[in-house]
Design a protein around this ligand. Structure first.
Ligand SMILES: [Zn+2]
Length: 260
């Protein structure tokens, strides 16, 4: 059975009912597979998001690349396939700005330039990064068809809380002498336990739940996400890592990095 497409106007109404504020900063993580079918496809969803924030609002999406062995070209490099089709369409639209470094976000609206102004952030989600600027500007985080395991703002919280783990990654940047490789340590792991943040937000009434298109939607303020995550990290700095007996290779690598 095919579900009926949700119209752009209806999606805008769903976003407003969920609590998306006109004139604000809205950071969106999306799995379009969960949202569809909707009028206009991924572009229709973006139109509804833009209508919900209005002309004074700023829409933001992750837009980083999956290439770490070549310099980033913000005008040509597709967004990491993990970010989904909506993110990869968004940065190509008229009026959308994109970071000039490989940990890119894309944004459209009055705050877009300020959100994307920081130089290459290392690790990628420090306070002086797009996700940090969304937090500074008291933006909202919207998860469409994805859970908090896709919520990059929690990596910002880990860095604010100075988590002890960090695995080695590298990125390649253009330099006068040709492409240059930069190694860095990132608070990386499987991220599945980030789902706990949704429970903590619900327990405090800091998260709205609804539907956008056909997808389950979660909405919270960036500052609320960071607040509940940093509080939990203060009690247990490893709260987001799977226990050794869970057999998660990525979280085991993060644990092993603590002594390194
Ligand atoms: Zn894990």
């Amino acid at each position: 059975m095919t579900e009926a497409p949700v119209t752009i106007d209806a999606m805008t109404g769903q976003l407003r009912a969920l609590g998306v504020g006109a004139g604000g900063v809205l950071l969106v993580h999306t799995s379009f597979r969960a949202v569809r079918p909707v009028e206009g496809g991924p572009g229709g969803l973006i139109a509804a998001l833009q209508a919900a924030v209005g002309p004074e609002g700023t829409l933001v999406m992750p837009s980083w690349t999956d290439r770490d062995d070549a310099p980033f070209d913000p005008a040509a490099d597709r967004a990491n396939t993990d970010l989904g089709v909506v993110a990869d369409i968004f940065w190509r639209l008229p009026g959308v700005l994109r970071s000039d470094h490989p940990f890119a976000f894309a944004a459209r609206g009055p705050k877009a330039a300020a959100l994307l102004a920081d130089p290459l952030p290392l690790p990628p989600h420090i306070p002086a990064s797009p996700v940090g600027r969304v937090h500074d500007l008291d933006g909202q985080v919207l998860l469409l068809g994805v859970g908090h395991d896709a919520d990059t703002t929690i990596h910002l919280a880990e860095l604010i809380a100075s988590v002890p783990y960090g695995v080695e990654h590298h990125v390649t940047v253009a330099s006068a002498g040709g492409p240059a490789r930069i190694a860095y340590r990132e608070n990386d792991h499987c991220c599945r336990r980030f789902a706990l943040v949704g429970d903590w937000l619900d327990a405090r009434g800091l998260q709205r739940r609804g539907k956008v298109g056909h997808a389950d939607a979660l909405l919270a303020r960036s500052r609320a996400v960071v607040a509940v995550a940093t509080e939990a990290l203060a009690r247990d700095p490893l709260v987001f890592l799977h226990a050794p007996e869970d057999g998660c290779a990525e979280c085991d690598a993060a644990r092993a990095s603590i002594a390194a």
